[in-house]
Design a protein around this ligand. Structure first.
Ligand SMILES: Cc1ncc(COP(=O)(O)O)c(C=O)c1O
Length: 401
């Protein structure tokens, strides 16, 4: 008998089902995942170097998460954000201990956490900076898909989408301190950035730039907001990317890896910035016991002795392998930190490489036409890195010059 999912996929001329058509998807349905591997409806296996866009930090369906999930789901799922639950308190404590920041508000997506950061900064500006509300953000930055976070982002394609735009964001070139200085006015309340611009193609802010920006924001009495939604929770080989520059933000947002695959995000701040009054911020699912129990399991895994050192080592191993491929196939530089890396292809062949790799059972992402991005599980093995490099080498050999 023909596989019913295959029938569904092949019989429909347009979108395969009742889903809104918001992106182009390959004609397969994933039904199972373990560690670095995904399986489709026909039993074909794929080596996953996307991992839900850097979300499944411990890989697909890891024991740490399934165990925590099963235990929590039998105890308490959601008692409403109006009440304390035990995992919510424990996870806020873990985030405080590892980040050095003081308080957390839990959210369900990165965009929602960033929306909260923008609100918190505006509230702080209204109380402590004479009503200042403008936030300096960066060209090519990505902060989410709500109206405010789209306005905060610096994606050129979004410039004229969904007017009118949420006002109050001033864009400057990434890494340019003098332009930040020039953009500051009496209305400015904060500077907001990703330590590594992931969606833009994995471009790292210099440690010196981050340190100078921290000093500048202190001097000017502005808040420094770091969007660590992609870079946090061990992705770069440190718990948080800001540790590479030995700075601390006033506000940080987390998402993606924090839930290891389930929707969980966080707005984290220093005590002196936490000025929300009752009613200013909330949300039905925020801080539910189910999600935060999983967040605790993820944080405890990442905090295990040697885990982060291993991520850093595997990042160097992957970067070394990509550099060797680059020399062989005349590509460009390898960018990034830890297990958030990009390979400059030196030609606009990204989508072609992604499609050919997919056909060979490898999932990689092309954030721009001329680059590939790699965000494997932090638990990826060296053998899996070698397998990925082998397939990618074959694919790069097939693409016409
Ligand atoms: C740096 C950064 N901020 C915010 C977001 C938005 O997160 P979410 O898709 O969970 O809303 C993303 C997602 O890719 C991101 O990479």
């Amino acid at each position: 008998m023909k596989n019913p999912i295959a029938t569904l996929l092949s019989s429909s001329p347009g979108p395969v089902d009742a889903l809104m058509d918001i992106t182009s998807r390959p004609p397969v349905v994933f039904v199972e995942g373990h560690g670095s591997w995904l399986r489709d409806q026909n039993g074909k296996d794929y080596l996953d170097f996307i991992q839900g866009w850097a979300v499944n930090c411990l890989g697909h369906c890891p024991d740490a998460i399934t165990t925590a999930m099963t235990a929590q789901v039998q105890r308490l799922i959601n008692c409403s954000p109006s009440f304390y639950n035990e995992p919510m308190i424990r996870l806020a404590g873990l985030i405080a201990r590892h980040s050095g920041l003081d308080r957390t508000f839990f959210a369900n997506s990165g965009a929602e956490a960033n929306e909260g950061a923008i609100k918190l900064a505006r509230k702080w500006g209204s109380k402590h900076r004479g009503g200042a509300y403008k936030i300096i953000t960066f060209d090519q930055g990505f902060h989410g898909r709500t109206l405010a976070t789209m306005a905060a982002s610096g994606k050129p394609q979004w410039e004229h989408l969904f007017p009118p735009k949420v006002e109050g964001f001033v864009k400057v070139p990434f890494g340019d301190l003098s332009q930040v200085e020039r953009a500051i006015s009496a209305d400015t309340v904060a500077v907001m950035l990703e330590p590594i611009q992931g969606e833009a193609g994995v471009f790292c802010a210099d440690n010196d730039f981050l340190r100078d920006l921290r000093a500048l924001t202190r001097r000017e009495g502005l808040l420094l907001i770091l969007d660590e939604i992609q870079t946090g929770i061990g992705r770069t080989g440190k718990f948080f990317a800001f540790e590479h520059a030995a700075i601390a933000p006033d506000i940080m947002t987390l998402g993606k890896g924090l839930g290891g695959g389930i929707p969980l995000a966080a707005l984290v701040a220093r005590e002196c910035v936490c000025c929300f009054e009752h009613g200013d911020q909330g949300g039905t699912f925020n801080g539910n016991a189910f999600a935060t129990a999983i967040g605790c399991a993820v944080m405890e895994e990442i905090a295990r002795p040697g885990f982060l050192a291993d991520v850093a080592q595997k990042g160097r191993y992957l970067a070394g392998g990509l550099e060797a491929l680059s020399r062989r196939h005349r590509c460009g530089a390898v960018r990034g930190k830890g297990l958030l890396l990009a390979l400059d292809l030196a030609r606009e062949i990204g989508p072609q490489v992604v499609a050919l790799a997919f056909a060979q059972g490898l999932l990689v992402n092309s954030p721009r036409q001329d680059s590939l991005r790699f965000m494997p599980a932090l638990t990826v093995t060296r053998d899996e890195v070698d397998q990925m490099l082998e397939i990618l080498g074959q694919v790069l050999g097939e693409v016409p010059r």
